[in-house]
Design a protein around this ligand. Structure first.
Ligand SMILES: [Zn+2]
Length: 237
């Protein structure tokens, strides 16, 4: 269906409705399955009401399950800046991967295909880098995919998504710095700060994407610097 990319339409999902909003985000997920077949069976099960536009197998093969003019059901309850219901605004890409707890790396061929696919979609729909996000970024209270092993740094080499290098400082934040850090996260786009438990989950989500080694840990000066460096990027709107 799409240009030079080799995309198969061998599997189709009926779990979608009509898209009414313009495409302006790409949301990345992992399947939490060992195989493509297991993932396809979930994403095409009409009882489960979940789907995605594309799924990438471990060998790098790309499958299109739902047409882009339709609204696939991959994001669920979600928020980013002033956007809600990210399903309406996004393209959902699932990556076959057993999950963060497996402690495994993503397959090289798979990431190469993903880079090709995102490069094509970003250009075609004029998607900004700060709108190429993980499921955990837009639904931090419920989701951790694509997980702390997802290679955001590798994507950045191809000018996809946001990744900045920041100096390391493991000093704990004082109260003012902590508040400043939370304000920065809000400015970057994160939502759901309503209570202490939620704040911790949002911070985890930020770490998972931008400072994976701090996932599960309290924020440090590195976290604050990183949030500041992201906001200083010209490409953040
Ligand atoms: Zn997901």
């Amino acid at each position: 269906m799409i240009c030079q990319l080799n995309i198969s339409d061998k599997f189709r999902s009926l779990n979608f409705d009509k898209r009414k909003k313009k495409i302006s985000f790409i949301i990345l997920h992992y399947t939490e399955t060992k195989t493509l077949e297991e993932a396809i069976s979930l994403l095409t099960d009409q009882e489960r009401k979940v789907s995605c536009h594309f799924i990438l197998d471990i060998n790098g093969k790309i499958f299109n399950l739902v047409d882009l003019e339709n609204r696939a059901w991959h994001a669920g309850e979600s928020k980013w800046k002033n956007f809600k219901d990210l399903n309406s605004h996004s393209i959902g890409i699932e990556i076959v991967y057993p999950g963060e707890k497996s402690d495994s790396m993503y397959a090289k061929k798979q990431i190469k295909s993903l880079i090709d696919l995102i490069t094509f979609l970003k250009k075609k729909y004029n998607i900004k880098n700060n709108r190429i996000l993980g499921h955990s970024d837009i639904a931090p209270l419920r989701k951790i995919d694509p997980g702390k092993f997802f290679p955001w740094e590798e994507l950045d080499k191809f000018s996809l998504g946001i990744w900045v290098k920041t100096k390391k400082d493991n000093t704990k934040l004082n109260k003012d710095e902590y508040l400043k850090f939370l304000i920065n996260l809000k400015k970057i786009g994160y939502g759901y700060f309503s209570n202490k438990i939620n704040k911790k989950k949002v911070i985890d989500s930020f770490h998972r994407h931008h400072l994976p080694s701090l996932t599960g840990c309290p924020p440090t000066k590195s976290s604050l610097f990183k949030s500041q460096d992201i906001l200083n990027l010209k490409k953040i709107d």
